[in-house]
Design a protein. Structure first.
Lengths: 170, 112
């Protein structure tokens, strides 16, 4: 009984950490195992409003520009860097929090806004399931995320951004 | 040629930061940010500061250069005229870091 209670406290503690970072209900439910109603209630307590509803954006929907593709690629690099070999296999909730916090530190909170914790969870899950891939650029050495359903071409966003900056028309 | 004092200072900063992160339970952060292997970190975590100091004074750097060469070249090319590096160039550096010299895709597929 005590073990069950302790496990539940851990789940609520984890849910609180996720909800404070505005993770939406369904991923918080997947990561903690707590009922969605309880997570929604927790969200209202923390933020004073209900969590955003609707479908979770896919990697393809999120990668609407080269800049976003670059940011998503950086987030995945940070997660894999922190999680090591396990990072490619399953989403660890604590590692998701740590890597997203570090991602914000490294590129700046404002720059990181386009890849919030919900987006980070979504792109990570799709990468792990093979929906998106992560080749490395032969020219610049960076690894980047590509997916068939994105608006951006399946090539290196960093080189594309560099070329765009170097172009006299910009 | 760097003086022995320079090497010692660099080592001391590196090793004490690694130890500090390990003691805070931030091993994964230390591995990613400092490039220190987990096994080495667990040893450094248990070392007293006097031993850290002795290691720092070994005369050679205790850590290595991590930036991928293609990324370094791109960085150098863009900043050669003295212009500040752009945000995407910094992101490119972050996206090219290797940890423990290995990069993997899901299900154990190695990347070249």
């Amino acid at each position: 009984m005590a073990a069950i209670s302790l496990e539940r406290h851990r789940s609520v503690d984890l849910a609180l950490a996720l909800v404070q970072r505005k993770l939406r209900t369904s991923p918080a439910h997947v990561l903690t195992g707590l009922p969605e109603a309880e997570i929604r209630s927790l969200y209202r307590l923390v933020h004073g409003r209900s969590p955003t509803s609707g479908s979770i954006p896919s990697t393809g929907h999120l990668m609407t520009s080269r800049r976003r593709q670059a940011k998503i690629s950086v987030f995945i690099a940070v997660y894999l860097g922190l999680a090591g070999d396990e990072g490619g296999r399953h989403v660890d909730a604590r590692m998701l929090i740590r890597s997203h916090d570090l991602f914000q530190e490294l590129i700046g909170v404002r720059q990181a806004e386009e890849v919030d914790l919900t987006a980070a969870w979504s792109v990570l899950r799709e990468y792990q399931s093979g929906i998106s891939r992560r080749p490395c650029c032969k020219d610049c050495g960076a690894c980047y995320i590509i997916t068939d359903t994105a608006d951006v071409p399946p090539s290196c966003p960093f080189c594309a951004l560099r070329r765009r900056c170097a172009s006299p028309s910009v | 040629m760097p003086s022995p004092n320079d090497i010692t200072t660099l080592n001391r900063l590196y090793l004490t930061k690694a130890r500090e992160l390990a003691l805070q339970g931030e091993e994964s952060r230390a591995t990613y940010l400092l490039g220190i292997p987990m096994e080495a970190l667990s040893v450094i975590r248990r070392m007293p500061l006097s031993a850290i100091e002795d290691l720092a004074e070994s005369g050679v750097l205790t850590f290595g250069f991590r930036t991928a060469l293609p990324c370094l070249k791109a960085f150098a090319a863009e900043t050669q005229d003295g212009s500040p590096s752009s945000a995407h160039l910094k992101m490119q550096l972050l996206a090219s870091h290797k940890v423990d010299g290995v990069r993997r895709e899901p299900h154990g597929r190695h990347l070249s």
